[in-house]
Design a binder for this molecule. Structure first.
Ligand code: DQA
Length: 161
C-alpha cells in the first residue's frame, strides 16, 4: 500500500503559526507520528509540503499508478484552487481532504471547499488528530479488498464451523 500525504502552503510553520487555531505540534512531529502509523500497517508513506499550487498539481497528476491513496491538507488552496480540484478528479486516485481546524466554524471564506466534492471524504477540526484519522481512512481505502467468500469462511472458522 502506497500513500501520498501532501501538506499545502504555510503548513511548514505549524507549531509557530496561530497556535490557538492550529495547535503547538510542529510539522516534523506530526509527520513522525504518521510515519509510525503507516509503518505499523506495512504501508509506505511519502510526505511532501509545498507552498506552490503548480507543484501540488504536478504531484497529484503523477500520483496515478504510483499511489493507492492520497491524503491532502490543501490549506489556503482549499478555498480557491480549481487546478488542484481538477488534478484530483483527473487522477482517479482516492483522496482524503484533511484540516487541522474546523473550517466550517471559521470565517465565511474558509467555509467552502472547492476540493471536497472530488474527495472520498473530509476530516476537519481535530488538530493533528485530523491527519491520523485521514491516514486511517486512506489505509482503509488502499487496503486490498478481502473477497466476500474468504471473509465468510473466516467468520465460519471463528464460530467453530
Ligand atoms: C487549514 C485551514 C485553511 O483555511 C487554512 O488556510 C490553512 C490550514 C487547516 O488545516 O485548518 O492554512 O487547511
Amino acid at each position: 500500500m502506497k500513500i501520498l500525504l501532501i501538506h499545502g502552503p504555510n503548513l511548514q510553520l505549524l507549531g509557530r503559526r496561530q497556535p490557538t487555531i492550529y495547535g503547538t505540534a510542529d510539522l516534523a512531529t506530526i509527520n513522525q507520528g504518521l510515519r509510525r502509523l503507516a509503518a505499523a500497517r506495512g504501508a509506505s508513506l511519502t510526505i511532501v509540503q509545498s507552498n506552490h499550487e503548480g507543484d501540488i498539481v504536478g504531484l497529484i497528476g503523477a500520483s496515478k499508478d504510483r499511489y493507492d491513496a492520497v491524503v491532502i491538507n490543501p490549506a489556503a488552496y482549499t478555498h480557491t484552487s480549481v487546478a488542484i480540484r481538477d488534478a484530483i478528479e483527473a487522477s482517479g486516485v482516492p483522496t482524503i481532504e484533511v484540516h487541522l481546524s474546523n473550517i466550517y466554524a471559521r470565517e465565511p471564506f474558509r467555509q467552502h471547499s472547492v476540493i471536497a466534492p472530488v474527495c472520498r471524504g473530509q476530516v476537519c477540526g481535530f488538530g493533528p488528530e485530523s491527519y491520523r484519522l485521514g491516514l486511517e481512512a486512506a489505509l482503509g481505502l488502499a487496503a486490498p479488498q478481502v473477497p466476500a467468500a474468504r471473509r465468510a469462511a473466516r467468520k465460519g472458522r471463528r464460530m467453530g464451523g
